[in-house]
Design a protein around this ligand. Sequence first.
Ligand code: HEC
Ligand code: HEC
Length: 284
Amino acid sequence: MTKALTAYLWVTIAVGAATLSIGVARAETPAERGAYLVGTIMTCNNCHTPMGPSGPQFDKALSGGLTFDVPPFNVTAPNITQDKETGIGNWTDAEIKQTLRSGIRPNGAKLAGVMPSGFYGAITEPDMDAIVAYLRTVKPISNKVPAPVYRVPVELEMFPGAEKPIANDGSKEQRGRYLATIGHCMECHTPMEKGMHAYSTSLGAGGQDFPGPWGTSVARNITSSKEKGLGEWTDAEIKRAITQGISRNGTKLFPPMGYPYYARMTAADLDALVAWLRTVPPQE
Ligand code: HEC
Ligand code: HEC
């Protein structure tokens, strides 16, 4: 791992810990809940915040970020700050919600699948309100990102089970399924077949390549397979991998998985996520 990357992981973890230590005594406001979802499991900053040499530039949070040159598309994560000209300051609440859920912009243009809208139908109404309430608090920053290039028509790929909100039935597993869905874990961890994710046949089997400044990382098998997946791992080992980017054998894991964001999740949410991972059928 490069020095810059190590510094990035640790700095962001420290910032996260400081932010979390507030707000135990009173009820969480919707904007705080939204900040939690956006800043942890949903990892919006991982794509929408510009990346500097030592990690995300949080002083320019959500002002437009990474460019994904994934033929046939070349798209840049847009500015989603409250700037009225270059961000989403002029969008209504309903327009923001509709875009997140449907992957269709207010002007009718469809968003490339890099934006995980195929997972966001699972978001409950109170959480959707919370996300919008938080986005309204994001400091406006003027930054125009390059226009998207689509060489073929964009189609929304719906993640199975994300067609409608996943209600909280009080069980740990259901809570975990909710978090894993809105956290789009399986988007990276499921192999592609003919340009589509093989969710129905190879959920969680790993295999996608992610090239970047770190080299090429390959998404791993995170099913309950004892041989190839997490079946023999302890809960603590799985949590360490997710929050610290350290594999079972102690080796470092590389981006683009947003370890420092997951590090700020509550202990209960992390427990639920692990409980759900245990239920993912083995893939060899
Ligand atoms: C994996 C990267 C990624 C993540 C994570 C992600 N986005 Fe996006 N988002 C994108 C990209 C790329 C686009 C633009 C796609 C295009 O141009 O077709 C986009 C588009 C958008 C748009 C449309 C903006 C516009 O001007 O058209 C909104 C709003 C948005 N994202 C909000 C969010 C929020 C809120 C989150 C977290 C809950 C989030 N995104 C998570 C990559 C991401
Ligand atoms: C943006 C893509 C991406 C997303 C989203 C993502 N991961 Fe990963 N994950 C990876 C990659 C790539 C690796 C392997 C990194 C390496 O080998 O350096 C990995 C590694 C892991 C590992 C370590 C496995 C091992 O054998 O060491 C676990 C566990 C894991 N991910 C779970 C999750 C969970 C749970 C989520 C959702 C909360 C998630 N991932 C979201 C890309 C992603």
